[in-house]
Design a protein around this ligand. Sequence first.
Ligand SMILES: Nc1ncnc2c1ncn2[C@@H]1O[C@H](COP(=O)(O)OP(=O)(O)OP(=O)(O)O)[C@@H](O)[C@H]1O
Length: 486
Amino acid sequence: MNSNDPSTLLIVDDDALILQVMKLCLPEPDYHVITAETAAKGLELFAEHKPDAVLLDIQLPDQSGLAALHEFRERDRRVPVILMTGHGTAETAIRAMSGGAFEYVTKPFEPDDILPVIDSALETSRMARKPAVLPSEDRLGEDDTKADRVLGDCPAMVEVFRSIGRVASRDVAVLILGETGTGKEVVARAIYQHSQRHDQIFHAINCAAIPENLLESELFGHERGAFTGAEQRHVGKFEVCNGGTLFLDEIGDMTPRMQTKLLRVLQEKEFERVGGSKTIQTDVRIIAATNRDVEAAISDNSFRSDLYYRLNEFTLYLPPLRERGEDIRIMIEYFFTRFAKSLGKEVVSIAPETMAAMMLHSWPGNVRELQGVIKQTLLKASGPVIVPAFLPSGFVGHGDDGLGRSIGGGAWQAGLRSHVAWLFAEGSHTIAADIHDAVDREILAEVLHATQGNVSAASNRLGISRPTLRNRIKQLDRNTEGGKER
Ligand SMILES: Nc1ncnc2c1ncn2[C@@H]1O[C@H](COP(=O)(O)OP(=O)(O)OP(=O)(O)O)[C@@H](O)[C@H]1O
């Protein structure tokens, strides 16, 4: 959790001891806890503080917790509400789950039981409510700690932003493909936030992080006694998110059995809880993401092609950072400025050698890796200029960049690679010729300058004949005049 951005939690309970203990368990600066002893006061604080999540007792002096849940949800459905119940009221709380409660916990509970539920609710709230701001949105004044600015100017990213604009308001499933850290989650949030369902519930689930049986229960719920340990009915995400959006991350890791169940709910909009016979209707928009090569997974039969086609009503591909040309430079400058501010560091400039080393890196962890490297660099930095020595150890001059090229090869190689990446991102089909022309222009200009424009001396120093030099100069001029400045 980011200490610069505390999460506000509203706790509504008439038990002063619970309020006190929860305050102790949720310390500043990560959490900001506000408390109310009645539903009426809770609703007042809700309007005033716009909390990130609510912890609500089901038995309050002035109103039933369920009625209060309904009122909180009327005010903002995106704020997760966790219900606290006594043993006698657990059944009511379970029913409230299909009315949109995030989760319920039974009293008495240990901090270790409730803290993960609170953190998960706060994470859900962040994803639903923290704006993912696209370049086309004129919200430059927005506080960058309160929003995630999605940067990108290269053709592939411009196409991604156009696609988000086209697909967000259409109620179709979206599949987001891209290597780890390329921005799949932030793009999923942008789609949800620009969709017609933006004021409805949004939940996310990481399909790779949970074993199959638990995932099944998480998504579809289970009946009491469905399996050993199923002491209570559990309401799954497909039920809780009715009318809203579900982000299924790492969908490529789902087992074949889960894929079959998911396909059915996508096709028929209905399912049964595990161990249940009642068919439940649901209307959930799915946004799915994976860093796997899905087509390869289909070929080796580890991913169902019919599920792929169903999810693939619209596909967005996020290119790896190393293919985004000058966007890398823009992101480096942006994150240095942004993180320097939050870390209280003064950064005036990034030394060209530092920029070159960073442009040269292949960023296998993409934007997330870039952010990590910048934070580490800032922590190490002293003084306003970021020199290569501040980069994390192992970053410059060690190993290779994953493509067999040594890191720290020098500024000119970095510049060259950045130019190649840019031409690639621009969609050029004459990269080799463009680069050769650009390099020859520099060489000829430099040598002719050094020989005061004497073609004989220059050709002599270049190791080529005079006619070859003249022809090459003419050719470069033609390429420039023909609008092919390269
Ligand atoms: N184009 C972008 N501009 C600015 N920040 C970005 C961009 N893309 C991603 N980020 C930031 O990079 C970080 C990682 O992005 P995100 O979590 O969306 O990646 P991911 O593809 O979902 O990763 P994983 O596959 O590991 O789940 C986030 O902090 C996100 O806000």
